[in-house]
Design a protein around this ligand. Structure first.
Ligand SMILES: NC(=O)c1ccc[n+]([C@@H]2O[C@H](COP(=O)([O-])OP(=O)(O)OC[C@H]3O[C@@H](n4cnc5c(N)ncnc54)[C@H](O)[C@@H]3O)[C@@H](O)[C@H]2O)c1
Ligand SMILES: O=c1ccn([C@@H]2O[C@H](COP(=O)(O)OP(=O)(O)O[C@H]3O[C@H](CO)[C@@H](O)[C@H](O)[C@H]3O)[C@@H](O)[C@H]2O)c(=O)[nH]1
Length: 429
């Protein structure tokens, strides 16, 4: 199938390379010329395991990138993989989606054949049918249902395992405006749907949109609940990891997403939970539980720093912050809990020396005044205390000999040699 993908960020690039791998002819349409040049040179514009080799294999044959929307007319299906950021007050910002839909609509005005437009971006219920579809109709002069079809197909991939998640998903959700649109997407995903482990959910567009938010809200809430239980466990002097490992044996609950500590960050959970809260309020419903999910999450970095302060007077202290990315395996620092830890430490007068295996250059522009170390050992050298903000596997081998005080407060339950420390404190254990 000839597929075009508008937006070549994490999602657009990953699904382009994967769909090319499944044998489709794929065109990435992207406004950033550097990204276009990188893909056409057979390289990956983002770091994801399994991505570079797929782009190298398919670029120049059945994978190409362009800044030219006109080339979309040579394709049958277009995925919109555009950003859906949050506004300053937490609501969903649809400006990039509107701009992309306008350009696509103008392009499709000059196409005679059938075309399917698929919203892949995370958008609130009603957006596909009440915002994107009218723009497409207005700009193209065509009508949905009359050779122009629309569908919503949310994406559940995680950063750092994006390729594997896309090719081997638990589920594929298709919300289609017509039987034909659904059939096209089933054909496109056929090799993925043939896997026994992949469930196909066919539903209406509005439900498909909400499934994505409900999924992320559920996962974020699970981590906040685990953190709340962890905070209570700590008060009782109990180990939350032992407690929750046992709780997870109940298969109604599951052992996954049970790691308590510093909380959730990243480019998705914070903005999606906030968009759902703002959207619910707009509909006249106060989402009290989701509000609490966010406030529990917001408190964890402050709690971590308060715990360190019980052992180290923070004013003027040199404190090593180990880990900056929002989770291991990525250099992404968007809404990383580590940044909140740095803020709290600095508010309390500490001097921060930070280390991360890959994310330092993404933090430095916003925090030019803190010190950055080349290794975890270098960060710990002479430190009055240290905190673990990201569970990078290399932190399991930390050595503490160089520290001025061997005090470690762990926000991520790393597998460190606790006997090598004078003080080891876990945030929830
Ligand atoms: N990152 C994830 O792990 C993930 C997972 C599932 C769903 N999502 C959702 O998918 C959507 C895209 O997320 P992302 O992380 O890929 O975003 P991103 O910011 O990494 O990428 C978006 C890309 O779109 C490009 N772009 C912006 N306007 C354009 C236009 N008018 N025409 C062409 N290109 C344009 C940008 O230059 C950028 O490269 C969001 O709604 C997000 O919530 C993200
Ligand atoms: O037990 C856990 C699991 C996760 N986290 C934290 O939760 C955040 C998110 O982790 P993860 O879900 O692995 O990362 P993302 O790449 O942000 O993926 C989420 O967001 C994507 C974008 O919407 C969705 O597609 C994915 O399904 C969803 O898992 C990170 O800060 C983790 O440290 C915990 O604190 N404890």
């Amino acid at each position: 199938m000839d597929v075009s993908i508008i937006g070549s960020g994490y999602v657009g690039t990953t699904i382009a390379a994967c769909l090319a791998d499944l044998g489709h002819d794929v065109l990435n349409v992207e406004i950033d010329e550097d990204i276009v040049a990188t893909i056409n040179a057979g390289e990956a514009p983002i770091h994801e395991s399994g991505l570079e080799e797929r782009i190298a294999e398919h670029a120049g044959t059945n994978l190409r990138a362009t800044t030219d929307y006109d080339e979309i007319r040579e394709t049958d299906v277009t995925f919109l993989c555009l950003p859906t950021p949050q506004t300053d007050d937490g609501a969903l910002d649809l400006a990039p989606m509107r701009a992309g839909a306008e350009s696509l609509g103008r392009t499709l005005a000059e196409k005679d054949g059938d075309h399917l437009v698929v919203v892949k971006s995370t958008v609130l219920p009603g957006t596909t049918e009440e915002v994107v579809a009218p723009i497409l109709e207005e700009e193209s002069g065509r009508r949905i249902g009359d050779g122009l079809e629309i569908a919503m197909n949310p994406e559940f991939l995680r950063m750092s395992t994006a390729v594997e998640d896309f090719l081997e998903p638990d589920k594929v959700v298709i919300g289609a405006s017509s039987e034909g649109a659904g059939a096209t997407l089933r054909e496109l995903y056929d090799p993925i749907l043939e896997r026994e482990e992949t469930d196909l959910v066919e539903t209406d567009v509005r439900e498909a949109e909400l499934i994505k938010y409900a999924n992320n809200a559920f996962l974020a809430s699970k981590v906040s609940l685990v953190n709340e239980l962890g905070n209570v466990a700590k008060e009782y002097g109990a180990d939350a990891y032992e407690v929750l490992a046992a709780v997870g044996l109940d298969d109604r609950i599951s052992e996954r997403f049970m790691r308590s500590g510093l909380g959730w960050g990243g480019s998705c959970f914070p903005k999606d939970v906030n968009a759902l809260r703002a959207g619910a309020r707009e509909q006249g419903y106060d989402p009290d539980l989701l509000d609490a999910v966010v406030s529990v999450n917001d408190e964890q970095p402050r709690r971590l720093v308060a715990l360190l302060a019980e052992h180290v007077p923070l004013e003027g202290a040199r404190v090593a912050v180990l880990g900056l990315s929002f989770k291991p395996g990525t250099d992404d620092v968007r809404k990383s809990r580590a940044l909140d830890v740095i803020e709290h430490l600095r508010e309390r007068g500490a001097e921060v020396v930070a280390y991360d295996p890959v994310a330092i250059e993404n933090v430095r522009p916003d925090y030019p005044e803190i010190e950055y170390a080349d290794s975890a050992d270098a960060a710990l050298e002479g430190a009055d205390g240290a905190v673990v903000a990201t569970d990078w596997p290399e932190f399991d081998d930390l050595a503490f000999d160089g520290m001025a005080n061997r005090v470690l407060v762990d926000g991520r339950r790393i597998d460190v040699d606790r006997d090598a420390l004078e003080v080891y404190e876990g945030l929830t254990w």
